[in-house]
Design a binder for this molecule. Sequence first.
Ligand SMILES: Cc1cc2nc3c(=O)[nH]c(=O)nc-3n(C[C@H](O)[C@H](O)[C@H](O)COP(=O)(O)O)c2cc1C
Length: 177
Amino acid sequence: MADFLELANARQSCRAYTGEKVAHEQLVKCVEAARLTPSACNSQPWSVVVVEDPKIVPQVAETTMQLGLNAYTKDASAFFVVIEERAKLMPGIAKLVDGQMFAKGDVGGFVLSLTLEAASLGLGTCILGLFDRPKLRELLDIPEEKSIFLVIAVGHPKKDAHRDKLRKPLEEVARFV
Ligand SMILES: Cc1cc2nc3c(=O)[nH]c(=O)nc-3n(C[C@H](O)[C@H](O)[C@H](O)COP(=O)(O)O)c2cc1C
């Protein structure tokens, strides 16, 4: 089994893709891994639109190009559009907390599992919070009541070097008692 710390370190936001197609089976594997993510009351408040049709992919890329950023998505091979669904918590728990309280964390886990599986397959991904929501909603026919959480670009990475992670030091993040 691959060392998880190595994989976590290997995953990085990929901003240069070759444009070569990603196999459908690899996209399915990414969703399979994401599907296994834990969630509050096992409510699994997520779904995903996997965009792989070469006619639609460039149109999704277009919606992510905002404020002069994200131009590199023009070479992505596919996109995952992640949706935060209504969480169905156990009645006792739903009474104590706002029903969607844990959902964002749950969907965040879904996104991370997906990107880590992609990294394990040698694919590049970039999580995108910047995109034209109304345009994307219209393009993919996503109903108004569904909340688009974020978009993930995926593709074969150009051979760029691994970057050192810029992260807060361990001592700042953790307190051992
Ligand atoms: C919610 C979220 C939104 C992000 N939005 C963008 C984006 O719109 N464009 C982009 O190039 N990177 C985006 N990123 C990538 C972050 O900049 C990146 O994860 C962070 O700098 C850490 O670098 P690493 O992913 O290479 O480890 C986003 C990441 C997250 C988690």
